[in-house]
Design a binder for this molecule. Structure first.
Ligand code: CTP
Length: 399
């Protein structure tokens, strides 16, 4: 899969830089070429000579290198690759990327590239958990940057926790995935996710407990199979995955509009927990507390996005809904499939005792026109992979 591919590898300054040497070896072993870039800090941890020798290619270190500029400008350098990989990616590099700095060769290449970027963060656990790094991670994820790791473990600084760079073999697998065509290449798939917020007044709203975990996992699994994913998400606590087109909305009405504008699609999966009602008498100003007088909220029904798209003139060939039930799960879900007009329903039991709502696992039933499949209890990411694989098998290769 990697034969003939060119990886632009940026090695940042961290103790994990030595693992980048192993990564170069693994990449070349798979037939890929490596254009190595070493940051000033990176050169404190590994020598330019070892990097260039293992890559078998000239090393790039300076932004203002006249020889390189004459032969191949940094813009071209960033575009001649099939994928840009940053390993190790330090907190400083993440901050530069999130802010759009172009102060040295590495950050300039990252700004100038038109290729996908995969980062393998590596840093002290406190630095990783720092709100600034987490903010930068959310920004980068939203920008479509792919991430692998960090792993949890003992660190060179003596602390324990997340921050260790992913192992070279795992980074290699992530590179392979990022470059693979996959069975959903050429397919556009729409995914809704998360809760909706329905305003009461400019500062208050009605919400629900959906974390957006299953929707995010689904979008990631579809992306991994090569689909172009439009991810329409309400204000979820789970960040959207990298490498998908993120469309953020607040209300059910905005979600419907966003979904309609994203059509046509080859398939649409409705994993969002859409509020069934909105406040009809939404106040234009913050409602004041008046002693002894309780406000009365009036409700209006929200559009049913799944049902609307199932009967839409541009209905995708495959429409999949979810059914969160607390009793008679299969019977209710079968009725829901018919009522909404979708092809499949993924049903699950969200009774508090199951721990599924907001938890890391899910136990689902796949309900089609003529079958009911009971899947075992699995991590949500695995449920997502299985659904994505089933969608790929059903749609077949794109024309
Ligand atoms: N759904 C939607 N728009 C809505 C309500 C729900 O698109 N306004 C979608 C959800 O994304 C999900 C499916 O419909 O795929 C079922 O959602 P659920 O809340 O279980 O169904 P309801 O229609 O609200 O039925 P009930 O609350 O009676 O179970």
């Amino acid at each position: 899969m990697l034969a003939g591919k060119r990886i632009l590898l940026i090695i940042g300054g961290g103790i994990a830089a030595y693992k980048a040497l192993e990564l170069i070896r693994l990449l070349r072993g798979q037939g890929a070429s490596v254009t190595p870039v070493l940051t000033r800090a990176g050169a404190e941890f590994v020598t330019p000579l070892s990097v260039a020798a293992l890559a078998g290619e000239p090393l790039h270190q300076d932004l203002f290198d006249l020889t390189t500029e004459a032969e191949m400008g940094h813009i071209q350098l960033s575009r001649a690759a099939d994928l840009v990989v940053v390993a190790p990616c330090t907190a400083d590099l993440m901050a530069k990327m999130a802010q759009g700095h172009a102060t040295d060769l590495a950050s300039t290449l990252l700004m100038a590239t038109d290729k996908r970027v995969l980062i393998a963060p590596a840093m002290n656990v406190r630095m990783w958990e720092h709100p600034a790094t987490q903010r930068n991670l959310a920004t980068l994820t939203g920008d479509g940057i792919l991430t692998i790791g960090p792993d949890i473990g003992d660190m060179a600084c003596g602390e324990h926790g997340p921050g260790r760079m992913a192992e070279p073999a795992a980074i290699l697998a992530a590179i392979d995935t990022a470059l693979s065509d996959g069975p959903l290449k050429g397919r556009h798939i729409l995914v809704t996710s998360g809760p909706t917020h329905e305003p009461i007044d400019p500062v208050r709203y009605i919400a629900n407990r959906s974390s957006g975990q299953q929707g995010s996992a689904l979008a990631a699994a579809l992306r991994d199979l090569g689909a172009q994913v439009s991810f329409v998400t309400g204000p979820a606590s789970t960040p959207p995955p990298a490498g998908v087109t993120v469309i953020r909305v607040d209300t059910a009405q905005q979600m419907l509009e966003a979904v309609q504008s994203a059509l046509p699609a080859d398939a649409a999966i409705f994993a969002a927990a859409v509020a069934d009602w909105r406040v009809k008498n939404e106040a234009g100003q913050k409602m004041k507390k008046i002693a002894g007088a309780l406000p009365t909220l009036e409700f209006a029904e929200n559009p049913d996005i799944l049902a609307t798209i199932s009967h839409h003139a541009q209905r995708p060939p495959l429409v999949v809904g979810f059914a969160a039930e607390t009793e008679s799960v299969i019977a209710h879900a079968q009725a829901k499939r018919l009522r909404k007009g979708c092809d499949w329903i993924i049903a699950n039991d969200v009774s508090p005792a199951t721990g599924i709502m907001g938890g890391a696992e899910n136990a689902v039933h796949l309900i089609t026109a003529d079958s009911v499949e009971d899947w075992p209890r699995l991590p949500k990411a695995e449920v997502a992979r299985r659904i994505a694989a089933r969608i790929a098998a059903t749609l077949g290769p794109a024309a």
